[in-house]
Design a protein. Structure first.
Length: 248
């Protein structure tokens, strides 16, 4: 059993929906998605090292090292029909993993679903300067809507989050994916209308990375519309999967 996926999951014939988290986040960001999506897909939240149930493991700060490890660990699962989905940092990871596998001639996802991240030829979004104090980093995360009130009420939880966020932001600011070619698959991208970190115009630039069709939806809300508008987002995702199923 790979360390990246839930321990208790049923191997079945449904398309596999791999979900990658935003900076500082973990697999719990996608809790409840299986219930909401029902039988349409097998939801597989990917748990990166150094957070939640894997908090004792060292975190990656090099994107391409993480991608190589993901491909090695998830390779068997990725040989079945699947979708890669990522929000913010997760979008960068999902895209980079697809590029890595394309370069090796391995099976690609049926589609990529990317939200709240700039296309890779643009400078990475900068949430906070590298030398930001804890207070400055917290203020940046609060401004984006990335820290739920419950964390602000529990400083011990917040202190555990900040090192994870710092390492994730370091990874995002480093060298991007080694390969940045148009992929022969559809891209579905999402932007937040009021996102102060990543504009819809920057998200629209992803169009140059698909040779299989491109679609974009601008959602109400800011950077974390995926959480704040979850019901609307999942309803749209269900429609995307329905269209995809009709093609295969």
């Amino acid at each position: 059993m790979t360390r990246y996926l839930p321990e208790h999951r049923v191997q079945d014939s449904r398309i596999r929906l791999f979900c990658f988290p935003f900076a500082g986040g973990g697999a719990s960001a996608y809790a409840g998605w299986q219930r909401r999506l029902g039988d349409r897909a097998q939801v597989l939240p990917v748990q990166l090292p150094g957070r939640e149930g894997r908090s004792a493991e060292p975190r990656f700060t090099d994107l391409n090292a993480l991608i190589a490890d993901l491909d090695r660990e998830l390779g068997a699962d990725l040989e079945f029909p699947h979708i890669l989905l990522g929000h913010s940092m997760g979008a960068l990871i999902a895209f980079s993993l697809a590029q890595h596998r394309a370069g090796l001639g391995r099976r690609l996802p049926e589609t990529l679903v990317l939200s709240a991240y700039r296309a890779p030829h643009l400078p990475p979004p900068r949430m906070a300067p590298p030398n930001a104090t804890d207070l400055e980093l917290v203020e940046s995360l609060v401004g984006l809507g990335g820290i739920p009130q419950i964390l602000l009420d529990h400083p011990e939880w917040l202190s555990a989050l900040l090192p994870v966020a710092r390492d994730d932001l370091l990874m995002c600011s480093g060298p991007g994916p080694a390969r940045q070619e148009p992929l022969p698959l559809p891209l579905q991208v999402y932007a937040g209308a009021a996102d102060v970190l990543v504009s819809p115009e920057e998200v629209a630039e992803w169009a140059r990375y698909s040779r299989g069709g491109f679609s974009m939806r601008t959602m109400p809300g800011g950077h974390f519309f995926l959480r704040d508008q979850e019901e609307e987002f999942l309803a749209d995702l269900s429609r995307v999967m329905e269209v995809m199923e009709a093609r295969v």
